[in-house]
Design a protein. Structure first.
Length: 289
């Protein structure tokens, strides 16, 4: 269970609800604010920081002779932010998205949809002591256990826990100027997890291929600042529930586990307007004669 008093999670909660808390301080748009008759596509790329809840790791297989669970295991991410300009862009925890906002003048003008991929690294802590319950080779165990990464278990999704999600989006504008716009957004969606897992089990190591291992669902909220009509930056918080129910391990074993992931994300991107760009003008009052 996630510790709600954790200051990192408290910061995530604040960022998630802040667009609603400050929804009444929006600045009226200028008459020169630019819109699009047919909506706009965008592409964004950025990086993320992750915090994981504890997880129960179940290892099963071998025709039912082995089926045991390690309870409340801790895990961490690996950002590689200090090497951001020394390694390939795909080495740190990155993400990218392709989305579409509806035309501003339509009834769904503040809604959109998005396909988003988050590459998050997930590493179970080595040498932690946890409770083990179940059977190995038909021998039953119910005991406190040291997670030895060499002779017992090491588990990591470092080629990516890899969340692919389809999101529905909503936005609310706070500031609309001729050269700058700021809005808050909320996203909700679901999708699949596509990990590549590096696992050592009972002294045998195997680094598997990418595979669909389960489902993910969650919400994201944050702010987007747009400079001119093209470039923008996002700062957001995201919470997802990840169900890795069929992770490939050392043959003939499988791994199942689920956890919560709290994320902070920073992205930069570009808009691509469809159709003729139009001006959102204020209606002039009707003068009575």
């Amino acid at each position: 269970m996630i510790n709600l008093l954790n200051p990192c999670l408290a910061a995530l909660c604040w960022l998630s609800v802040s667009p609603f808390l400050y929804g009444q301080i929006s600045v009226a748009p200028e008459s020169g604010a630019v819109g699009s008759c047919k909506g706009e596509f965008y592409f964004a790329y950025g990086y993320n920081k992750n915090w994981y809840s504890r997880t129960n790791v179940r290892i099963h297989g071998d025709n039912g002779k082995t089926d045991f669970t390690l309870y409340k295991m801790k895990a961490h991410d690996r950002t590689h932010f200090k090497d951001l300009f020394k390694v390939q862009p795909s080495i740190p925890q990155y993400g990218y998205s392709i989305g579409y906002w509806m035309p501003r003048k339509g009834i769904l003008g503040n809604f959109g949809f998005e396909l988003k991929f988050d590459h998050a690294k997930y590493i179970v802590d080595d040498y932690q002591r946890v409770w083990m319950e179940g059977k190995v080779d038909d021998n039953s165990y119910s005991t406190d256990t040291l997670v030895d990464p060499i002779n017992f278990l090491h588990l990591e999704h470092t080629d990516g826990a890899n969340f692919l999600m389809f999101n529905v989006m909503w936005r609310h504008y706070f500031i609309e100027l001729k050269k700058f716009r700021l809005f808050g957004f909320v996203k909700a969606g679901a999708g699949i997890v596509i990990p590549r897992t590096d696992v050592t089990l009972f002294g045998q190591r195997w680094n598997h291929c990418f595979h669909v291992a389960g489902q993910v669902a969650g919400m994201e909220s944050g702010f987007r600042g747009q400079i001119g009509n093209i470039f923008f930056f996002d700062l957001s918080a995201k919470g997802v529930y990840c169900n890795f129910k069929n992770v490939l391990a050392v043959n003939p074993y499988m791994i199942s586990h689920a956890f919560w992931d709290g994320m902070v994300l920073f992205d930069i991107g570009a808009n691509f307007q469809l159709g003729r760009a139009g001006r959102l003008r204020h209606k002039q009052p009707v003068r009575e004669i």
